[in-house]
Design a protein around this ligand. Structure first.
Ligand SMILES: [Zn+2]
Ligand SMILES: [Zn+2]
Length: 236
């Protein structure tokens, strides 16, 4: 119970800090939200963070992840391998969530109007997508003793930051990013905004590689000086 409380507090506090930092960068004022949608999305935020905390607590208590002393090289290798593995897991899981059978789990995230979209996931969706963290973490912790508390803090902090960046309602990178070589390496906020605007595609969160490989990429079209031209994320 103590481990769960600690993990829940760290995840909730960490996410709140990340959101506060991006809110400070935001331009303009947040649109007014209906009270009912705010209540619904608050429920899904608690469901999301609570489920993540339960999964991480379970993984630690059951020995799925075994903590070792901090190693910089081990942590960097775990972050890199974990990022690549999670990109594949997320793309496959996200496509599954858009099937008729599993879409009810994903609907709250797309219907969100109240809180930030990066916080609104049902418990079922969180279990499906977040379980992708545990395969690389379990392997790294048992095979190379590369997982420590700082490793976990970095993994979940970076994941939260990237998730928030994909759901911003302002363009953090600017239109020039779309014309630069970097767009072949990383997705911009516009990319996931198109997915939230109802376009079929852009299932990958952080990189465009798998959408290109499987022909599901919807590339943002931008004019110079343009803001979020096509599709906007649904949250402040
Ligand atoms: Zn989706
Ligand atoms: Zn989304």
């Amino acid at each position: 119970m103590l481990t769960f409380a600690l993990v829940f507090g760290c995840l909730f506090g960490g996410h709140a800090l990340v959101l506060a930092a991006f809110a400070a960068l935001r331009r303009g004022s947040a649109p007014r939200r209906r009270r009912s949608s705010l209540l619904a999305s608050t429920r899904y935020a608690v469901e999301f963070v609570g489920t993540e905390a339960l999964m991480l607590t379970g993984a630690l208590e059951l020995g799925v992840i075994r903590l070792s002393r901090f190693s910089l090289a081990g942590t960097l290798a775990t972050l890199l391998a974990g990022f690549l593995a999670w990109e594949i897991w997320f793309y496959a899981g996200h496509r599954l969530l858009h099937t008729r059978l599993l879409y009810p789990l994903h609907r709250p995230h797309h219907a969100e109007e109240g809180l930030h979209a990066s916080l609104c996931f049902s418990a079922g969706e969180t279990m499906l997508l977040s379980s992708g963290y545990y395969v690389p973490l379990a392997i790294a912790s048992h095979v190379s003793q590369a997982v420590s508390v700082p490793t976990l803090v970095l993994v979940f902090s970076i994941a939260h930051v990237l998730n928030v960046v994909s759901h911003l309602d302002f363009d953090l990178f600017g239109a020039r990013f779309e014309a630069s070589p970097l767009r072949h390496l990383l997705n911009s906020t516009r990319y996931h905004a198109l997915h939230h605007a109802g376009r079929r595609g852009n299932y990958g969160l952080n990189t465009p590689w798998l959408d290109r490989l499987f022909g599901t990429e919807v590339a943002p079209r931008v004019a110079q000086g343009d803001d979020l031209a096509e599709g906007t994320p649904s949250a402040p």
